[in-house]
Design a protein around this ligand. Structure first.
Ligand SMILES: CC(C)(COP(=O)([O-])OP(=O)([O-])OC[C@H]1O[C@@H](n2cnc3c(N)ncnc32)[C@H](O)[C@@H]1OP(=O)([O-])[O-])[C@@H](O)C(=O)NCCC(=O)NCCSC(=O)C[C@@](C)(O)CC(=O)[O-]
Length: 258
């Protein structure tokens, strides 16, 4: 059996999914995509998992689609058709997903970063939508990237394929924070601890709310949101959270050591 290219570990409610194919810079080969999908499915289904961290070994987070496998194959054969399922899992996961980048991301790799809720990178990480430079199009990833980027930035970065640094990635809203390499673990821990303070159903509903476009009819939007709000105030979590606040204690979903 081939060695695993993606590892999965759950500790104290945090599922860490680690891309481990450094020889090809964690490129999205068929095997890596299959394993990544399976681990995301497991994390999403496991009630004990509160937050997912997408991490990597080696110097590069992800170099995008595997170009050696893809070379000369049709879209169908190379499995690009399967990649949207991974982006969708990241985007719609009811648990918050944090991307942890100690190094660069390219093309499809940046699409995954954009699909995560939070992204933290070492300040030496770089990014590029390099697709046009190899004659392909950032089409699939545009679904997760465009809602994160201003149209100006998207036009410039998609069309030039230029490499940009972590500071610029923060400025344009592609990632949340860029930190010195030796501070990466601590910054990701800080985010996962904050995310574990949120109630699981409330987080899932908030993610869904952030994804759903409003109708554009303000009255209708307020009616819909009032309904959502009322449901959560009256729900088990809402009642527990409010009681915990009044009684000056931690709500039941907060880990004891948080
Ligand atoms: C990532 C850096 C900056 C690291 O830069 P580096 O650390 O200097 O590494 P390197 O460039 O020396 O590469 C090291 C090894 O990794 C391999 N490698 C590296 N990348 C890939 C890859 N993608 N697929 C397969 N193999 C790859 C590369 O071929 C080499 O293998 P070796 O020569 O030792 O046998 C650099 O390697 C690089 O620029 N890679 C190419 C990135 C790229 O152009 N990606 C485009 C992917 S297309 C895509 O994702 C399409 C999609 C999904 O967006 C379409 C859509 O949205 O519709």
């Amino acid at each position: 059996m081939a060695d695993e290219l993606v590892h999965y570990a759950v500790q104290r409610g945090i599922a860490t999914i680690t891309l481990d194919s450094p020889h090809n810079r964690n490129a999205l080969s068929a095997q890596l995509r299959r394993e990544l999908r399976d681990h995301l499915t497991a994390a999403i289904a496991d009630d004990a998992v509160r937050v997912v961290v997408l991490a990597h070994t080696g110097t590069v987070f992800c170099a995008g689609m595997d170009l050696k496998e893809a070379g000369g194959a049709s879209t169908e054969q190379q499995g690009v058709n399967e990649f949207p399922a991974i982006l969708e899992q990241l985007w719609t996961s009811p648990k918050p997903v944090v991307a942890k980048l100690a190094g660069p991301a390219r093309a499809g790799g940046v699409g995954m970063v954009a699909a995560c809720d939070i992204a933290v990178a070492s300040e030496t990480a770089t990014f590029a939508f390099s697709e046009v430079r190899i004659g392909v199009v950032p089409a699939v990833i545009s679904v997760t990237v465009l809602p994160r980027l201003l149209p100006r930035a998207a036009h410039e970065l998609f069309l030039t394929g230029e490499t940009f640094d972590a500071e610029r990635a923060v400025r344009i809203g592609l990632i949340n924070a860029s930190v010195p390499a030796d501070g990466l673990d601590a910054e990701v821990d800080r985010y996962t601890k904050m995310l574990a303070l949120g109630a699981p159903n409330a987080l899932a509903a908030t993610k869904e709310m952030l994804r759903e476009p409003r109708t554009g009819d303000m009255e209708q939007d307020f009616t819909d949101m009032l309904e959502l709000s009322a449901k959560h105030f009256a729900g088990e979590e809402g009642q527990e959270g409010i009681a915990a606040f009044v009684q000056k204690r931690k709500p039941s979903w907060v880990p004891q050591d948080n």
